[in-house]
Design a binder for this molecule. Sequence first.
Ligand SMILES: Cc1cc2nc3c(=O)[nH]c(=O)nc-3n(C[C@H](O)[C@H](O)[C@H](O)COP(=O)(O)OP(=O)(O)OC[C@H]3O[C@@H](n4cnc5c(N)ncnc54)[C@H](O)[C@@H]3O)c2cc1C
Length: 468
Amino acid sequence: MTDSLEGTKPQYDVVVIGSGLGGLTAANMLAKDGYSVLLLEHHHKLGGLATWFKRKGGHIFDVSLHGFPYGMVKTCRKYWTREMADCITQIKGIRFDNPQFSLTTTYDTNDFKRTMQDYFKVPADTVDSFVTTIKNMNFYDEHTMTTREMFDKFFPGRDDVVRFLLEPIAYANGSTLDDEAITYGIVFSNFLSRGVYIFRGGTDKIIGMMEAELKKNGVDIRTGARVEKIVVEGGKVAGVVANGKTIKARAVISNANVKATVQRLVGEEHFSKEFAEETRKVRLNNSSCQVYIGIRKGETIDYVGDLLFTSVADKLDAQMLRSRNITSRTYSFYYPDIRPGSDRYAIVASTNANYEDWAYLPEDEYRASKQDLIESTLDALERYVPGIRNKADYVEAATPKTFERYTLHPNGTSFGTKFEGLRVSMGLNEQVPGLFHTGSVGIIMSGWLGAANYGVIVANNADKYLRP
Ligand SMILES: Cc1cc2nc3c(=O)[nH]c(=O)nc-3n(C[C@H](O)[C@H](O)[C@H](O)COP(=O)(O)OP(=O)(O)OC[C@H]3O[C@@H](n4cnc5c(N)ncnc54)[C@H](O)[C@@H]3O)c2cc1C
């Protein structure tokens, strides 16, 4: 077996653990600032959950490229490259189909207001006041109101409106009615500003561009490198142990889950009792299931929208959204223009999922449940793509166990932690100088944009710490 750490230096300014969008962005910024940076990723590919895979028959599937806010253009332009920013393109067909309503929107401010007023008959001043409220939400305000209370205030008794508002965000970051209203408000207003965007060229292209940029800026990148321990000496970060090898560093930025960082990589004994207790109380966010459907070469599918939120449940129900008894699915339709030059189509169906529903099944039951997930997804899709079973020649499913295996995230969490995780993430350096965390946490800092932007914030904090 080759040694993926062969030739590493004995010491770096910064070691970044994990190559999700948070870790990649932090590594890039610090390298551009002139620091020596080692990036360690346990998987053989960079990107973390921003990933893709290829299968025989010429199929290529994107795992988390369903849609992100326009802010990603600025983030790519400012902290990566203009070429990357130029590949970002709007998807216009955001479609909803459930027992309460069936409509298509671009999900930007104007179309949102029009839909709320014309379709849902909500008075214009109520819509305006709701939009103003969420646009003015500030992280530093008090957060006592839940999303449920906020919706009750603006749209009492309107569970159809609540479904229209919450369902996409529940898929985008695991948000529920009982989470702090700010976690909904910040993410929703990010999307609302200009609608929903994706990266033309696919996840393979953006991660390839990021890798090239990191190399250009001098980052030492190692895949197949699993960090087992963050070394603390004299109360400060001193380095890491990866694949059994000790590498010294002045600072460590962990892109692993924040609870895993404290409990598995550093060890609770290096934190105050109160901080360790606070970390224990942090709730993980939900995980996901996906079904990847590859369309046979030469076959086509008619345009049915880009993102389709479907449900057969009478009302929106957070438990039902994650249940193994699936009633709601989001489909991403990938037409050939997502990868210019390609003539292929693919469909990815996503559902939120509970880790416990999948993790402890005996092997044969697990396999049968995955097959069941595939069959029920194809049945449900038939309504939108007639003849789907004849058009598809490759189908595969992922469960919370799959996400756990590839990212090492506890319970295969798709979006980090609930809101309280952010405080823990931001407090690490005060507990153990030189220790930082970046990536999906606190709901707000999740998704492609949230993770990348948090990478920027944390790189700035690490720079302050490292600067002589
Ligand atoms: C099914 C699904 C669909 C999604 N769809 C969207 C979407 O449409 N739009 C959107 O904006 N977001 C979406 N997301 C969320 C988005 O992909 C993530 O929030 C974001 O990519 C996470 O970035 P991150 O920086 O938190 O790191 P992650 O992607 O979580 O990566 C962390 C990395 O750290 C590595 N690592 C962990 N521990 C170690 C260790 N000990 N040693 C070495 N390496 C380690 C892991 O292998 C991994 O590569 C989706 C997520 C899922 C699961």
